[in-house]
Design a protein around this ligand. Structure first.
Ligand code: HEC
Length: 112
C-alpha cells in the first residue's frame, strides 16, 4: 500500500517536471531574442562580429552589404556565408524569420 503511494507520488512529480520542461523544449514560437542569444551571440554579441569586423549587424554595415531587409538576412542565415555557418539544418523557417526580424529590429534601434 505504502509502495503504491510512493509510486504515485513519483509519477506525479515526473508528470509535473515534464509539463514544466515541455514549453521550453517545444519553443519554436520564434522568440528571436532567445534564438539570437543561443545561436548568434557567440560571434555577434551586441550586434558586433568577432570574426569579420566590417560585417557587423549594425544598420550601417547591413545597408552597405545589402543585408538591410528581412529577406536578405533570412537568406544569409539559411545559407551561411564564408565563416558563418548555415542554419537551414538547425533552425526552422519560422525561427530564421524570427531571429532575422530581431536582428533588423535591433539594428534599427542601434543594439541598445
Ligand atoms: C561562427 C561565427 C558566427 C555565428 C555563430 C553567426 N555568424 Fe553571422 N556572420 C559571421 C561572419 C564571419 C560574417 C561575415 C560573412 C561574410 O560576409 O564574409 C557574418 C555575417 C552576418 C550578417 C551580415 C552582416 C553584414 O554586415 O554583412 C548577418 C545579418 C548575420 N551574420 C547574422 C547572424 C545570425 C542571425 C546568426 C545566428 C542565427 C549568426 N549570424 C551566427 C559569423 C557568425
Amino acid at each position: 500500500m505504502k509502495k503504491r503511494l510512493i509510486r504515485a507520488i513519483v509519477l506525479l512529480m515526473m508528470a509535473i517536471t515534464l509539463v514544466g520542461i515541455q514549453p521550453a523544449m517545444a519553443d519554436n514560437s520564434g522568440d528571436g531574442a532567445k534564438l539570437f542569444t543561443v545561436h548568434c551571440a557567440g560571434c555577434h554579441a551586441n550586434g558586433g562580429n568577432i570574426i569579420r569586423r566590417g560585417k557587423t549587424l549594425k544598420l550601417k554595415a547591413l545597408a552597405k552589404n545589402h543585408l538591410d531587409t528581412q529577406e536578405a538576412i533570412a537568406q544569409l542565415i539559411t545559407q551561411g556565408k564564408n565563416p558563418m555557418p548555415a542554419y537551414n539544418d538547425r533552425l526552422s523557417v519560422t525561427e530564421i524569420e524570427a531571429v532575422g526580424a530581431y536582428v533588423l529590429e535591433q539594428a534599427e534601434r542601434g543594439w541598445k
